[in-house]
Design a protein around this ligand. Sequence first.
Ligand code: HAM
Length: 427
Amino acid sequence: MQPLSTQPYKGTRDFYPADMRFREAMFAVMHKTVRRYGFDPIDAPIIEPIDIYLAKTSEEIVSQQIYSFVDRGERKVALRPEMTPTVSRMVAARFHETPKPIRWYSIPNVWRYEQPGKGRLREHWQLNCDIFGAATESLADLEILNLAVDLLRAYGATDTHFKVYISHRSILNAVFKNELRLAEEKWPAVARILDKRAKLKREAYNELLKAEGVSETQAQELEEFLNGKEDYLKKKPHLEGSAYILDMLQNLSSLGLLPFVEYDPSVVRGFDYYTGLVFEVFDTHPENRRSLFGGGRYDNLVGAFAKETLNAVGFGMGDVTLEDFLRTHKLLDDIPRRVDLFIALLDTGLGTEALKLAQTLRTQGLAVEVSLGAGKLGKQFQEAEKKGITRVLILGEDEVKSGIYPVKTLATGEQVKLRAAEILPIG
Ligand code: HAM
C-alpha cells in the first residue's frame, strides 16, 4: 500500500516549531500594538450559518470561494471566509449592554477557496480591528487609519516601505451617477473593473469597460477622475464624499500621517457592505508591490442582525502578505529557539534528581530541558547544541550532594560553578 501523503491540504500550511516562532513573534506585535489603542480581544467559532455571508460579503467570495456544506442536521454552514459578519453578529447580540464605542480585535483563521499563489492561500490568519458606534464617525476612521500605520511601524517599517491609499465609496458612485451618467445596474461591474485596473494591461482594461457599455466620453471622464486625484475633488466640491476626503487629508496631516497616506480614487474594495471610507495598504518594494491589507467603513452590517444598526469601521490584515512584507524588507527574521539550560547526566540513574532540579529552576523562571536517558556526555552536549541550547549543566553524584553545579557555555567551553538560585535565564 502507498504511504499516505505528508502534505497538508492544498493551499494550507503546517506550522512546524520555527514557523510557529515566527507567527507568534508577528502576532505578539499585533497584540501589543492594538491593546495600546484600547482594543479588547474576541474570538468565535470557525463555522457560521452560510446566510450571514450571502447578503453582504463580496460576490466573488460567495459564488466562488466559500467553503460550505450541509451539516448532519441539514443546516447550511460555511467555514468563515472573513470575520466581519461574525464580529457584527456578536456586536448585535450584546448591542445594549456593551459600552460604545466598541473596539474589538481578533486573529482568526479564515478560509477561501482560492487558486494558491504568492500571497494567496486557502487558509490564512487575519488580524481584524473594528470600531463600532463612534459618535463622530470620521474620528473613528482617523483612529483606524492611525492604527493601521502604527501596526506596520511597530515592526520597524517606515513611509518608504508602505503606503495607505484611501477613498470613499460615495465618490465613485457620485462620479458614476452625476459625471458619467452611468446606468445604476452597471456600477458594481464597472467598480470591479476599476478594482483590477492596476493589474490589467491598458488595452484589456479599455476592452472590459467597452464590454460593459462604457462609452469613449465616459471612459475619458473616468480617466480624469482617476488621474486628477485631489484636484478633481477640489473642482467638484458638490460631489458626495469629496469634502470627506479633503477633510480627512487635513486631519491626517495634523497627525503627521500624510507621509504614509494618500488619496487614490481607484481604491474600490470588493465588499458590498462598505459604505464610506475604503482603504488598501500597499507594499512599495518593487519585488513585492502588492496589497498588504485593507478595510473600510460599513454602517449597515450590524443592522442585518438587530433592530437598530451601529456604524462601524475596521480592517483585516493577513499573515501571509504581512510575512512576505516583513521578510522582503528584513524587518523580522527567523526567531531562534529559546531554552535557557540543558541538564546533562553523568549517570543515567540521576534522571529523577535532574527532573527535580529542573523543577526548581523552572520555578525561578528558566526554560529547562533534561536529558532523557543519558548517553555519553559528548552526545548529550551535541543534543543540546542541535536544539540551539547554549548552556549545559552537568549533573553527577557530587553535584547532587553539594548543590553546586558546573554550568558550561558550549560556544566558548567556559565553565562556572553555581548554586541553583544563581542560575539566571539567558539575557
Ligand atoms: P479582505 O481584503 O478580503 O478584507 O482581506 C483582508 C486581508 O486578508 C487581505 O488584504 C490579505 O492580507 C488577507 N487575505 C485575504 N484573502 C487572502 C488569501 N486568500 N490568502 C492570504 N491572505 C489573504 C476582509 O476580509 C474584510 N473583512 C476586512 C475588514 C475588517 N473590513 C472591515 N473590517
